[in-house]
Design a protein. Structure first.
Length: 70
């Protein structure tokens, strides 16, 4: 089962990834920064109606929560 995303959801997620990346950079969390930028690059190419792998969501959700992004 994959998560189908609208263009608005993709835009919000990309914005949240940038915010989380900025906060991770401020905290010098190198591993988190690498993971966040990797997801950002992956999602940039995702078109509206595209699918996100649930395994990616499992990794990404705690990172966004850690850096106070919803």
């Amino acid at each position: 089962m994959y998560y189908n995303m609208t263009s608005g959801q993709i835009d919000r997620l990309l914005e949240n990834l940038l915010t989380a990346y900025s906060k991770a950079r401020d905290m010098r969390a190198e591993d988190d920064m690498q993971t966040l930028i990797s997801f950002y690059k992956k999602l940039q190419g995702l078109r509206a109606g595209g699918d996100v792998d649930p395994r990616d969501v499992i990794i990404l959700k705690p990172l966004l929560k850690r850096y106070s992004c919803k």
